[in-house]
Every structure is written in structure tokens, then in C-alpha cells.
Design a protein around this ligand. Structure first.
Ligand code: PRX
Length: 650
């Protein structure tokens, strides 16, 4: 670790040209330090057009429940679309869409405005009004963005469920937020073939409690001719295409709910993270401007995330569109039909700002330097990383092979809960340190503390906390204020507990070290150990399960499961089959991303005398480390058994 946190040999100061061109100037930090609320008021008026100006920047009197830009009213969709048209930029391309099969569509801001208005009118016709929740279960196509913006326009909070999640996961989210309408597609393209989505919606709704869903709006993407339920299911092309392009955007309160996005926590039940309108839009637009350094009208920006995750919400939909940016939206995977697909698209569309995850960078590294070398990436001027720590080696590769040894890399730390980037270098301002997210952005205050909430010394590992509220902070967990307080605000008084370990190096750069709770990070996706454990025990042959996230070179962490079978166990032959069945079962219950990389059938799990599973020991085994002190175990021979068994299987 010591050499990783030595910064001298490895800093990359900004070029003169980057500094001159950059949106962020060094004095931004001083401005924010001098007057915290004044700084945010300035950003709010700079990046957002308010229907009614706010009269108070922050109301923290009911902490930890924040209100930002109090008294202000705005329409988020108006900010993302209409105002750009009114300002004379209607002909600017908003979205360069590239479908996986190769179909392409350019959508200008004027066209986007028409489409959003039509979708808002159609949703109203289907019974959606202000305050009604709408679930979105979609592939990465323009209609997903149009649907989200139409909801925002109406003041109907959307809840996007990643298209890779199972019908069970979709059902529990629909039930929790009581969605009135589901927007979906028949299918989305994945590695050359249409992968169905609509059947999962049908299955979810069969089992849904309460039957909150009245209508299902279906986009025909894959021509797969899905079953359409009479009276409930309607085609997008029937109701949206014929709707009027006239729709007046009503202003909503700054604190009006914009969306609920479910994410994994430490228990088996996903949390509905609630974000509201004004503060969220201000911080996503501000950070997209200063950290990604987008110049609307000049840059071609591309964030490779799926819209089902927070990165897609904040840095495909809201931040860039509020800024009037031109962006690429790509439906498929980076290696379909060939491993240079991303770079081919970047070349063809002239991408200048590119934002992706370390796991993807590591995959590209593995595929070989010659692949990006075949394409002209000379226009790329800013690179970004998000989702997990980026190892210095991947950082250097990214800079050299994608950023032609020049483009600054911004390693951006944030979470579903923070809504927008919190820690990141600023292009043109910061001397870059490979592998470190470096500094809180101007206007953001973080600290690294020990268990007693005391700031740790430089070089010491501690817990990352946010010490002041921020505009795009979550406003709660939907329907569960207690859990919100408990999860984020009970560990330390008045400090937001992020759940990550971190340290400062001797130059004050922050190194985020990963989760300190039972949340895993697999390929930049958040998964809960408890959720996968409960999926495993829902299989009728499993009595008990323990899941750990083991360090993995490619995916950051990998899911490793240990299971005890019910009465009867399994013969050796049967075990192999059962392991595959259990992996598939988790895939069906949660989604393919949650499938354990390995499942180990054991006869006992290491437990403390009070009966708690010692995951730390299982993690040691899964990562091939020597198992440390086992004296608190009820039966220390359990560990020898597990270890020997695991080695025999390798
Ligand atoms: O552990 C941190 C890691 O991802 C977690 C948040 O996951 P999620 O809510 O799914 O949001 C991911 C995209 C914003 C964090 O608690 N994480 C995210 N970005 C970084 C990171 N870890 C290290 N460095 C980062 N840049």
C-alpha cells in the first residue's frame, strides 16, 4: 500500500491548454469555503432555470431530513429540454443513439422536446398524474430517457429497475413504490439477439400484491410479438406517436420527488433511495460541468452506464441534458459484435468526454492494446471513472491507450445516495494521482474518521463521512424514515456515514478503499450479501448460506457462496449439478449479475459462540489467505474442512 500512496513519482499536472479551456477554475474551492450557502445559491441559479426563485438555500432544521432551495419551483424536464430549444439550440443533437444491431438515430433537442411532450400527454391519458409512481423496466434506448423525462415533467416519480433484474426483483420494487404504470419494451438487444423484457413484467404483475399497476406501456424494440393483455397493455407507438407535441410544463416544488431508485443495503430488502428535484438537478448539472468538463455545443459526451443505475440517471439523463450536452447512448455490450465496438463508436461519433467503470477498463486491458489502437480516439480529451476504486495500473492503461497519454482522468467517488459526484479531481485544476479520487468537490465537505468520529491521521485507514449536507443528497428511504436515520446517521452524530473505508495520503489525497459493511461491489454494481443469502435459502435444498465478496482481478469483487444443504445432502456427482442449479436460482431470484462465481457446499459454517457467521474467515478462505485467529469459533476444525475442500476443488 505504501508505494501506492506515494504521489511524487506519479502526478500528472494539467496542461496549459486544459487549464485554459476548463469550466472549473482553481478559485472555485475558495468561493465555496468562503460562503457555503452562497456558493450553492450561485450554482443553483447558474445551472437551473427556476419558475419561482427560492428564498432559502438550505433548511437543515429537521436534520437529517434536508430541504434545499426552499420555496423554489421548477420543472426538471423543462430544464433538460425546452429551455435549450427556447435558447436557439433546438437543432443541436441531444442523443446520438447507437443500437446494438447497428441501427442509429440522432435526436435533436427540438425533437426530444416533442417526444417528451407526446409521452407526457400519453402518460396523462393512461391516468398518470402528479405524485403517481411509474416503474421503468427498459433497455438502453431513447424511449427510456423520453419516458423518464415525461414522468419528471408530470411530477410523477419514476422508479427505474435495471433491465437485467429478474421479475421477482421487479415485482418487489413495483410493490414497494406502488407504481401505477410500468413502461417497458418487448425486448432489448444483447449480444446480437433480442433479450425479452415484457414476459418478466407479466410475471411480476401476476404475483404483485395490491395490484397498483393499471397500465403497461410497451415499446416495440425487438419485434418479438409479446403477449399483450387486453385492457392493461398498450403499445407506445399507438399512444405516444399520435399524442400532441404541445404540453405545458407545470412547475413543481424544489423538494417534489423526482425518482426512487432501489439499491442494495446490508439487509435482504433493497432500499428505495428517494431523490427530489431542485437540489438533485443543481448538483448533477454542476458536477457534469466541473468534473466532466463538458462544453455544450462543442463536446460529444459518452457515459457508458445503464440508465438502470444511478450513474445513468445522473450522468446520462439529468446532468448532461440539463447542460444541453450532445451525447452518445449505446444499447449494447462493449464486445458485441467485436471487442472494439466502444472505440469504433467513439471514433465515428467523435467522442470527446468518456465516462466508464474500472471493471470495463480492466476488461479492455485484457483484450489487448491493439484493439483501441485500430481506432482514431484523438478527439478524446477527458476520461472519467466511477463505481469502484481504479487500480493505478488500469488508470495508466486508460490514460495511455484511450487518452493518448494526454487526457486527464477524473476518478469520481459517489453513491446512489449522494445522487451526484462528491469526490473527484477537477480537470485543468488538479495534479492527478493515479488511483486516487483525490479531493471533495468545491461545496462538498468530507472527513475520514475513526470509530469515535475523530479525524484519523494521514496514512491511517478510517471511515469516510460527509460532514455537511449537499444538494443532491438522498431525502430518505422511501416509506422508511427510521431505516434512513439508522443506516446513514446513527453511527456518528451529524455525520453521513457512507459505508466506505478510506485514507488520506501525505498530500491530502483521498484513497477510497471499499465497503466496510455487508455490501459487495461486483463490476461496479452494488450487491448485498444478505439478499443473495436469502435467495439461496429460498431454494428448497438449502438450509443455510453465507456469502462473501472476494477480491477479484477483473470484477473488483466476486460473489462466493458457502451453503449447507438440508437433510440428505448431495452425492459428489449431484453436487456439481446442484451448484449450477443454485447459481441459476440466484440469477432467477435477483438477476444474472448476482449469480455467485462459486458455490461451495459445506457441512458447517464458522460461527462465533453467540451464533454469528464469521464472514471474515470465509473471506480469508475465498481470497486464499491464511485464516487468522479462530479461537472464538465454536468449532475451529470447520475452517480446516472448508479450506481443504476448497483447495481440492480448485
Ligand atoms: O464503495 C463505493 C463504490 O461504489 C459505492 C456506491 O455504489 P452505488 O450506489 O451503486 O453507486 C455507484 C456509482 C456512483 C460506494 O460506496 N464507489 C463508487 N465510486 C467509487 C467507488 N469506490 C472507489 N472509487 C470510486 N471512484
Amino acid at each position: 500500500m505504501a508505494e501506492e500512496t506515494t504521489t511524487e513519482a506519479h502526478t500528472y499536472p494539467p496542461s496549459e491548454q486544459t487549464t485554459q479551456y476548463a469550466n472549473a477554475k482553481a478559485d472555485l474551492y475558495e468561493q465555496a469555503d468562503a460562503d457555503f450557502e452562497g456558493f450553492w445559491a450561485d450554482q443553483a441559479r447558474k445551472y437551473v432555470t427556476w419558475g419561482t426563485d427560492f428564498d432559502q438555500v438550505l433548511d437543515w432544521s429537521d436534520a437529517p431530513f434536508a430541504k434545499w432551495f426552499v420555496g423554489g419551483e421548477l420543472n426538471v424536464a423543462y430544464n433538460c429540454v425546452d429551455r435549450h430549444v427556447e435558447e436557439g439550440n433546438g437543432d443541436r443533437v441531444a442523443i446520438h443513439f447507437v443500437g446494438e444491431p447497428g441501427d442509429e438515430r440522432d435526436i435533436t433537442y427540438a425533437q426530444l422536446k416533442d417526444e417528451v411532450c407526446k409521452a407526457a400527454n400519453a402518460l396523462s391519458e393512461l391516468g398518470v398524474s402528479k405524485g403517481d409512481a411509474v416503474a421503468v423496466y427498459m433497455p438502453m434506448i431513447p424511449e427510456t430517457i423520453i419516458g423518464m423525462l415525461a414522468c419528471a415533467r408530470l411530477g410523477a416519480p419514476h422508479s427505474v429497475v435495471f433491465g437485467g433484474f429478474s421479475s421477482d426483483a421487479l415485482r418487489s420494487r413495483i410493490d414497494d413504490c406502488k407504481a401505477k404504470v410500468v413502461i417497458t419494451a418487448d425486448a432489448g438487444y444483447r449480444r446480437g439477439t433480442p433479450s425479452p423484457l415484457k414476459p418478466a413484467v407479466d410475471k411480476a404483475l401476476e404475483k404483485a400484491d395490491g395490484g397498483s399497476v393499471e397500465k403497461v406501456l410497451v415499446v416495440n424494440r425487438g419485434d418479438t410479438d409479446p403477449e399483450m393483455k387486453e385492457g392493461r397493455d398498450v403499445w407506445w407507438h399507438d399512444v405516444v406517436d399520435s399524442a400532441s407535441t404541445e404540453h405545458t410544463a407545470e412547475n413543481h416544488d424544489s423538494e417534489h420527488p423526482l425518482f426512487i431508485l432501489y439499491t442494495s443495503g446490508t439487509t435482504g430488502k433493497p432500499k428505495g433511495i428517494l431523490h427530489t428535484s431542485g437540489g438533485y438537478l443543481v448538483q448533477t448539472a454542476y458536477t457534469n460541468s466541473v468534473a466532466h468538463d463538458v462544453h455544450p455545443g462543442e463536446d460529444v459526451y459518452w457515459c457508458t452506464a445503464d440508465v438502470g443505475w444511478i450513474t445513468g440517471h445522473s450522468y446520462i439523463v439529468y446532468g448532461p441534458l440539463a447542460n444541453g450536452v450532445t451525447q452518445v447512448v449505446y444499447e449494447g455490450t462493449p464486445d458485441s459484435p467485436h471487442k472494439g465496438r466502444w472505440w469504433e463508436i467513439a471514433q465515428n461519433k467523435g467522442v470527446t468526454v468518456f465516462y466508464t467503470a474500472p471493471t470495463a477498463i480492466r476488461a479492455c486491458m485484457k483484450w489487448g492494446d491493439d484493439i483501441p489502437a485500430k481506432f482514431d480516439l484523438s478527439k478524446i480529451r477527458i476520461l472519467g471513472s466511477v463505481g469502484e476504486p481504479i487500480n493505478p495500473q488500469a488508470w495508466e492503461w486508460y490514460r495511455e491507450h484511450i487518452g493518448h497519454d494526454e487526457a486527464p482522468i477524473v476518478d469520481t467517488w459517489w453513491q446512489t445516495e449522494t445522487g451526484a459526484i462528491m469526490i473527484s479531481p477537477l480537470p485543468g485544476v488538479t495534479d492527478l494521482v493515479p488511483g486516487s479520487a483525490q479531493k471533495p468537490l468545491p461545496g462538498i465537505a468530507v472527513e475520514i474518521v475513526d470509530d469515535e468520529a475523530k479525524p484519523v491521521e494521514r496514512g491511517q485507514t478510517g471511515l469516510l463521512v460527509v460532514t455537511k449536507p449537499w444538494p443532491s443528497m438522498l431525502r430518505g428511504i422511501f416509506g422508511d424514515n427510521e431505516r434512513y436515520k439508522q443506516t446513514y446517521w446513527s453511527r456518528f452524530e451529524n455525520l453521513y456515514f457512507a459505508g466506505d473505508g478510506a485514507k488520506f495520503d501525505e498530500d491530502g489525497n483521498i484513497w477510497v478503499l471499499g465497503r466496510v459493511d455487508d455490501v459487495m461491489n461486483v463490476s461496479g454494481h452494488r450487491l448485498s450479501t444478505a439478499e443473495i443469502e436469502s435467495a439461496l435459502v429460498s431454494h428448497d435444498r438449502v438450509a443455510e448460506a453465507a456469502v462473501v465478496g472476494a477480491t477479484d482481478d477483473m470484477t473488483g469483487q466476486a460473489v462466493v457462496a458457502f451453503v449447507i444443504l438440508r437433510e440428505g445432502g448431495a452425492s459428489d456427482e449431484d453436487q456439481e449439478k446442484l451448484v449450477q442449479e443454485l447459481r441459476g436460482h440466484v440469477g432467477n431470484e435477483i438477476g444474472p449479475i448476482a449469480k455467485p462465481k462459486s458455490v461451495m457446499i459445506v457441512s458447517e459454517l464458522p460461527k462465533t459462540r453467540s451464533g454469528k457467521i464469521m464472514r471474515r474467515l470465509l473471506k480469508d478462505v475465498a481470497e486464499n489467505r491464511d485464516v487468522g485467529d479462530t479461537s472464538t469459533l465454536t468449532d475451529s476444525s470447520v475452517m480446516d474442512f472448508i479450506k481443504n475442500n476448497l483447495q481440492a476443488k480448485k
